[in-house]
Design a binder for this molecule. Structure first.
Ligand code: SAH
Length: 226
């Protein structure tokens, strides 16, 4: 017998298969990190969007979350997480990671068990309030949040082993590069709407290595707070 409340999350009985399909799609798209794919399978993305959109939560697309913002496309979250973790394969887990653009917290939840501590900055106060509550309810507890403008990074906690940015500035904020630890990497979309590159900077002894990973489309990086 099917219990009357079996579908309280609104994602139906096929959710496991739907999630597997999403993972398969990301694999075909070139995501190779098994730990990242497992996070995409495990994190309940339907709990990060409005109930009316829950049935579309396992599609590989960005969706609106209010405040003019979006939840990132799963492929892009997987790509960025992989790019952040990659050079450390087989090494110690990343300790301190700075995230700029918490939004609904989906990227935060994907990354949470893969690093020791996340420091996450969001400029929209109302969004941050609901996201804090959501992540707490999901048991995601290695995050420190800040309501602010990520342009300056988080100097009091620097340096970071990794920095991940979910909104696209015209140019890379200098403070973020300065706050990278030796071996640390910054994964960030850069450029105007319609022409952004996802770029990874890695700090080495002699300076910074810059790699362009892919063409992407992010919301703009805005100054100040709301
Ligand atoms: N990480 C989210 C995606 C968030 S969308 C996910 O997993 O789906 C990008 C977020 O960056 C928005 O919430 C936006 O308000 C925020 N943002 C834009 N400019 C910012 C800035 N200068 N400082 C901090 N957050 C910023």
């Amino acid at each position: 017998m099917i219990p009357p409340n079996a579908d309280t999350q609104g994602i139906g009985m096929t959710s496991a298969r739907t999630r597997d399909r999403l993972v398969q799609r990301l694999r075909e798209g070139g995501i190779t990190s098994e730990v990242v794919l497992e996070r995409i399978r495990t994190v309940p993305r339907h709990l990060f969007v409005d109930e009316a959109l829950a049935s579309r939560a396992y599609e590989d697309s960005a969706l609106p979350i209010g405040h003019g913002q979006t939840i990132s496309q799963p492929y892009v979250v997987a790509l960025m997480t992989q790019a952040l973790l990659e050079p450390a394969a087989g090494a110690q887990p990343l300790r301190k990671v700075l995230e700029v653009g918490t939004g609904c917290g989906y990227q935060t939840a994907v990354l949470s068990p893969l690093v020791r501590q996340i420091f996450s900055i969001e400029r929209i106060g109302a969004l941050l309030t609901s996201t804090r509550a959501r992540l707490k309810a999901l048991g995601v507890d290695n995050i420190r949040f800040r309501h602010g403008d990520g342009f300056e990074g988080w100097p009091g906690q620097a340096p970071f082993d990794g920095i991940i940015v979910a909104a696209a500035p015209a140019d890379v904020p200098a403070a973020l590069l300065e706050q990278l630890a030796p071996g640390g990497r910054l994964v960030i979309p850069v450029g105007p709407p319609g022409g952004q590159d996802l770029v990874r900077y890695t700090r080495h002894d002699g300076g910074l290595q810059r790699e362009v990973l892919e063409r992407v489309s992010f919301v703009p990086f805005l100054e100040g707070t709301d």
